[in-house]
Design a protein. Structure first.
Length: 202
C-alpha cells in the first residue's frame, strides 16, 4: 500500500501539547516531529529539511528516502549554502531508520515524490498524519547548468511556500479531516516558474 493511500490517525493531545505544555510554573514547548520522504533523499527532501530546520523549537525535522543516494546533489549543496543554510550534517538516509523502537515518534510525514508514494513505507512510529506533497524532480531536469540551477531554485521556492503555509496552521485546534484537508490542499500548490519533467532521481 502506498504512503499516499494510508489513512492515519493522530493524537490531538500530542499536537495541542506542542503549543502549550505547562509543567509547574514553567511553560515549555514540545516540538512536533516532521519527516519529509522521497526516493533518493538527495534533493527535494533534503531542501525541505533544511528549510524547516530554521523553525527549530516548534518542529523537529527529518528527511529520508526509499532508495537513498550516496550523497546530496551538488546543486542542492550549492543552493543551500548560497541561502545560508547549514549543510554540515545533512546527508541521505534510508527511511528504514525511522521505524522500530529507537525511532522518533513522528507527528507528520510528507511524501515529496511519486516514486516514494508508490513504495511500501515502514510502519511509522507515533501514528503520524501523512500527506502527499509531490513536486517535479529538479535532479531529473535536462539542460545546461544554469537551467538546472534554476530548476532547483524553483523547487526550493515551492517547498518554502508549502512549509510556510504548514507552519502557519493552527495545529492546536485543527483536528481530524479538517487538518487532513488543509495538508492535502497545501500539497496541491504547484505554482512555479518553469515546467519540470520526470520523477526518477530524488
Amino acid at each position: 500500500m502506498s504512503i499516499c493511500r494510508l489513512t492515519m490517525t493522530y493524537s490531538a493531545a500530542r499536537i495541542m501539547s506542542s503549543e502549550t505544555d505547562i509543567s509547574g510554573d514553567a511553560m515549555t514547548t514540545s516540538p512536533l516531529a516532521v519527516l519529509f520522504v522521497c526516493k533518493g533523499n538527495h534533493a527535494r527532501s533534503i531542501m525541505a529539511e533544511a528549510i524547516m530546520r530554521r523553525m527549530a523549537g516548534k518542529f523537529a525535522v527529518y528527511s529520508a528516502g526509499s532508495q537513498p543516494r550516496a550523497s546530496i546533489n551538488p546543486f542542492v549543496v550549492r543552493l543551500l549554502k548560497s541561502l545560508n543554510h547549514d549543510v554540515s550534517d545533512l546527508r541521505p538516509k534510508s527511511w528504514d531508520g525511522f521505524s522500530g523502537p529507537n525511532a522518533p515518534q513522528l507527528d507528520f510525514v510528507f511524501t515529496l515524490s511519486e516514486t516514494a508514494a508508490n513504495a511500501v513505507p515502514p510502519a511509522w512510529p507515533g501514528n503520524p498524519v501523512t500527506a502527499l506533497w509531490t513536486l517535479p524532480d529538479p535532479a531529473a531536469y535536462e539542460g545546461d547548468d544554469v537551467q538546472k540551477a534554476l530548476a532547483f531554485a524553483d523547487a526550493y521556492r515551492m517547498l518554502n511556500n508549502r512549509i510556510s503555509l504548514f507552519a502557519s496552521l493552527p495545529l492546536a485546534t485543527l483536528k481530524g479531516m479538517a487538518l487532513q484537508h488543509r495538508l492535502d490542499a497545501i500539497g496541491k500548490d504547484t505554482s512555479r516558474a518553469d515546467p519540470l519533467q520526470r520523477d526518477d532521481a530524488a
